[in-house]
Design a protein around this ligand. Sequence first.
Ligand code: FES
Length: 101
Amino acid sequence: MRRIENHPVLGPDSSEDVGITVDGREVTAKAGDSVAVALWADGQKVLRRSKTGQPRGMYCGIGHCFECRLLVTGDDGAKVSVRSCLTPVQQDMRITTESGE
Ligand code: FES
């Protein structure tokens, strides 16, 4: 995980670790991060593919462009498309990157 751990103004990062799964791969995130930020910190910048296979990722970071969509599996097993820049990570969250379908 690549991130600033001790900022000169904000001080040391004291947020808790959160375990999530992305396409079956376990990733450690920080509580309070959005899914997009957690994946960015983990080195994954491609969050989905367009219909023509072009890579897409976090673009605006404020919920306007919808380029950061991915799927989150709920407790009932249903997958819901979310904007990862607006969605906070949660412990045991299961995420699937989209493939353009
Ligand atoms: S990056 Fe634009 S909506 Fe998420």
